[in-house]
Design a protein around this ligand. Structure first.
Ligand code: BTN
Length: 321
């Protein structure tokens, strides 16, 4: 790893050419050191054009996170959070799960995630300047057993944040994918710590597609969309607004559980009263009509066997229309 890689990328973020010589002078190192740092960026999946006589350039200008802008966008609740911006990390979720004594409301956001994790053991694809990847640690007095509706509650916070930024057509796919036009815009991965009886903690990981190249979007194993296609929103502002709404929703969840958010969740539900097909962890393939969610976030589906209850875990759900 080169400690110069991200300072150089901050310079290249403007999308213009910067000569190796100018960069070497600016950082008081040799041109070979600059070259090594750029090579390291390439191992992180960052494409850097290198043109003899002109220097280095990113394919296009990118916007990097600005911590002060994030804090400003959180507003009054900014004092609740401890915000940590990492240049590169394998997974913000894994990182926070390993910080055993991390303070309540620690948020870790990464410019680059090299081994992002999705639900059901999948990989979460992201790119520098083209994705928002962060995790929030939230501590609860109650035990992990009482957190069953948490992932749905987090979905409500994401939709509220998007609505406050002018995106009014986002929906939720149970348990918590954020969809626009039936395509995935954001995903949530929650990992729990602590006892079933309490106290407990949740690492709430959120990944947003912001501005992914077409070929990357198409390589995702389900229809996906990015935020730029819908609305131009600065990623620091997006993160701040998301944290603000997460603070509100998590406080409400802690006080009243998912029941207080259930009706709102149902308003955003993409598959309410729609036919779906579910692949269960034991290999069964069940079809039915979605009939809402229970007070604890369990999905209710009318199947050939009657009204059945499904808990999030490893289920894969697809619409049939
Ligand atoms: C999914 O829909 O499959 C969940 C995706 C969650 C991705 C985020 S990105 C930040 C955090 N760190 C991870 O490794 N995963 C989550």
């Amino acid at each position: 790893m080169s400690s110069l890689t991200f300072p150089i990328l901050q310079v290249l973020a403007d999308g213009n050419f910067h000569s190796g010589e100018a960069l070497a002078q600016q950082f008081k190192v040799t041109r070979a050191t600059i070259w090594n740092a750029v090579k390291h960026a390439e191992t992180l999946g960052v494409e850097v054009f290198s043109v003899r006589g002109r220097g280095y350039k990113l394919p296009q200008a990118i916007e990097l996170l600005d911590k002060n802008e994030v804090l400003k966008a959180i507003g009054e609740q900014r004092a609740w959070f401890k915000l940590e911006v990492l240049d590169e990390v394998a997974s913000t979720n894994t990182y926070l799960m390993q910080q055993k004594g991390a303070a309540h409301a620690t948020c870790v956001v990464a410019h680059v995630q090299t081994h992002g994790k999705g639900r059901r053991g999948r990989t979460w694809i992201s790119q520098l300047g083209a994705s928002l990847t962060f995790s929030l640690l939230w501590r609860f007095q109650c035990g992990a057993a009482a957190l069953s509706g948490l992932s749905l509650a987090v979905g409500v916070a994401l939709i509220r944040a998007l609505m406050s930024l002018g995106v009014n057509n986002a929906q939720l796919k149970w348990p918590n994918d954020v969809l626009v036009d039936g395509k995935k815009l954001a995903g949530i991965l929650i990992e729990l710590q602590g006892d079933l009886e309490g106290p407990s903690a949740a690492v709430i990981g959120v990944g947003f597609n912001l501005n992914l190249p077409k070929n990357v979007l198409e390589s995702i194993d389900q229809p996906a969309i990015d935020l730029t296609t819908i609305k131009q929103i600065n990623q620091s502002e997006l993160l701040g607004v998301l944290l603000k709404h997460l603070a509100d929703v998590l406080s409400s969840f802690e006080a009243h559980g998912f029941i207080g958010l259930r009706n709102e969740w149902l308003r955003y539900h993409a598959y309410e009263n729609k036919p779906v097909r579910m692949l269960l962890p034991d290999g069964r393939d069940v079809q039915g009509m979605v009939k809402g969610v229970a007070d604890d976030g369990i999905l209710l589906v009318e199947t050939a066997l009657g009204l059945q209850r499904f808990s999030a875990g490893e289920i894969s759900l697809r619409g049939l229309e």
